[in-house]
Design a protein around this ligand. Structure first.
Ligand code: MLT
Length: 242
């Protein structure tokens, strides 16, 4: 197995280079967690966009009432949108049967960069085992892509990426693995922080920012390992639960 890990989407120099790879896109706080929550609660599809403008433009092509405009800027709901980016907002009552057009600051942008990948899977702590099982069974060439924060490293994505890498490689003979140094480093981070994921989220830069905004309960949702065993796959411009 060949396994690589990018700490930020800036490391993707050529989107077409992903075409034979399975990519696991990680945005623990909060895009990946929110997407899993929305799909668990019956959202039909999620359409990630790289900008707020694209989201609004896309919405103008759909029948009113059939979709919800979702996402955040600066962690808060975008003016005129239906939902922000707290997973707690994405209840069955609100999202069941709906198309969600979704623009977040980092996560949805990272996802759109993986459109050429063989498989693009959205992963976080809440669905980690489901994601790892699928990736293990379906690919020998895997990239874990952290969404990061404004193209910078962020702790929670790196720790989750390390957990995914640890689970993917566990039990495999070393000589059968081709691991990048970023994978080795992320596994160490996971081994250090994995004992208390909620504490790690609370200490992280973005976790502290969300707490200041009043979203401290989101951190608890995002720290719950395997609480939402869905498999969100991005293909042909839409994310669906497979
Ligand atoms: C993002 O995509 O940057 C995040 O999901 C931001 C957030 O926590 O709302």
């Amino acid at each position: 197995m060949e396994l690589d890990l990018y700490f930020t989407p800036l490391q993707i120099q050529d989107e077409l280079s992903l075409k034979d790879k399975t990519v696991i896109v990680v945005d623990v706080l909060r895009a990946s967690t929110t997407i899993s929550t929305a799909l668990k609660n019956g959202a039909r599809v999620i359409i990630p966009t790289a900008s707020v403008e694209n989201a609004v433009k896309y919405a103008s092509t759909l029948e009113p009432g059939s979709f919800l405009l979702c996402g955040e800027r600066g962690g808060k709901i975008i003016d005129g949108f239906d939902l922000g980016n707290s997973p707690l907002e994405y209840t069955e009552e609100k999202v069941k049967g709906k198309t969600l057009i979704y623009a977040s600051t980092n996560g949805s942008v990272a996802i759109t960069k993986t459109k050429y990948a063989r498989y693009s899977i959205i992963g976080s702590f809440v669905n980690v085992s489901t994601v790892v099982k699928f990736a293990k069974e379906n690919s020998d060439d895997i990239l874990i892509l952290c969404s990061g924060k404004f193209n910078r490293f962020c702790l929670e994505d790196a720790v989750c990426a390390g957990m995914i890498a640890f689970m993917l490689t566990k039990g495999k003979p070393k000589k059968k693995l081709k691991l990048s140094d970023s994978v080795t480093a992320a596994i160490k981070l996971y081994k250090f922080y994995g004992r208390n994921l909620l504490k790690m989220l609370q200490e992280s830069e973005h976790g502290r920012f969300l707490t200041e905004l009043g979203f401290e309960d989101d951190l608890k949702v995002c720290a719950e390992v395997d609480s939402i065993p869905v498999l969100p796959i991005y293909s042909d411009g839409v994310i669906k639960a497979v």
